[in-house]
Design a protein around this ligand. Sequence first.
Ligand code: CMC
Length: 393
Amino acid sequence: AGVLTYDPGFTSTASCKSAITFIDGEQGVLLYRGYPIQELATQSDYMEVCYLLLYGELPSTEEKAEFVNDIKRHTLLHDQLMHFFRGFTRAAHPMAIMVGVVGALSAFYHEDTDIYDPEQCMLAAYRIIAKMPTIGAYAYRYTIGRPFVYPRNDFSYAENLLYMTFSVPSEEYRPDPVLVKALDRILILHADHEQNASTSTVRLAGSSGANPFACISAGIASLWGPAHGGANEAVLKMLMEIGDKRRIPEYIARAKDKNDPFRLMGFGHRVYKNYDPRAAIMRETCHEVLEALGHEDDPLLELAMALEKIALQDEYFIERKLYPNVDFYTGIVLRAMGFPTRMFTVLFAIGRTVGWVAHWKEMISDPESKIGRPRQLYVGAPQRPFVPMEKRP
Ligand code: CMC
């Protein structure tokens, strides 16, 4: 059995070796396959980043064109899958629909998903990356009672996502290029983040050899929580609840009060103890988008900036190295784009899908990988004889 190390939350346990993403939390560095996130977010695009994460290298012009084409070939959903949406209540949270529908993909693609066949693994990766925007957009449209819109393969990934979400059949809808660029950037910023809770969940689920679509569904479930991907939705709710700059001190006091479960949403990170480089990019994007849309005076942005300023000067936050994380500004941008709050985490899930599949692929092709099976420190009752009902007190 050996000596067990007690490490709740795995703060000091490396569960695997990985060549995908590097984070230096002290310096605020994030690299995908060695490339800085700032450079990828400003000079690349999401499809290229997907290729990079999956294959380890940036694509040539031909490789990129082929990749984009291959992804587009898989954007449609099987007609039978459409029925799954109809089984949900219209009041369902779109993340609940995502968990169900993505898990259901395993029923459609099980026979040709042999995890020991690298080509079939890559096909599964393409399928899931291609179908996520379609599923996400349909989850939203279903909950608001609008008909589904088929993907348009002459559109880019982000453009298509906006199109399937917002287009109205009677109108010629073409997403605003400023929004397309901002959404593409959001997807890049969320594409991977090494062994976070949802990625670790996908790896753990997949370590038994399980179907990859089912594993991704497990990742979506983990991402939904407010301590993880659900934070972008929680930030916006919090800002709306605060409502006025004058109430910020009250909420800061609540966040510091250990008897109050309230936390400042969008603040703090397990790994970043300096600043989250994604947050810095998102802050800038937020200003750009609001300006382009003529929403510079968005009171929520003003409130967010005031909150950030006050928190960053507060002893409690300084001591604990709590800085804004990527989700602090994402929600404001997504809201300005017209996405309802409930869709925010869905968009995170769409962006993170490539990270999940890249890790899943890396794990199943790693000869050192084993089934994930943490141990525990047992703190329950010692062995004792069974007590028949008539003798129980
Ligand atoms: N507001 C108030 N206090 C906080 C916060 C916060 N947002 N985050 C951490 N703390 C305090 C915490 O109470 C603890 O204080 P003390 O040492 O006095 O007990 C100390 O800071 C360390 O916190 P922790 O909970 O031990 O840190 P963790 O690494 O386990 O948690 C976290 C990281 C992100 C879950 C946490 O900071 C948090 O809940 N933040 C708010 C939710 C959020 O924004 N999540 C998005 C994360 S980034 C997107 C993603 O990758 O999912």
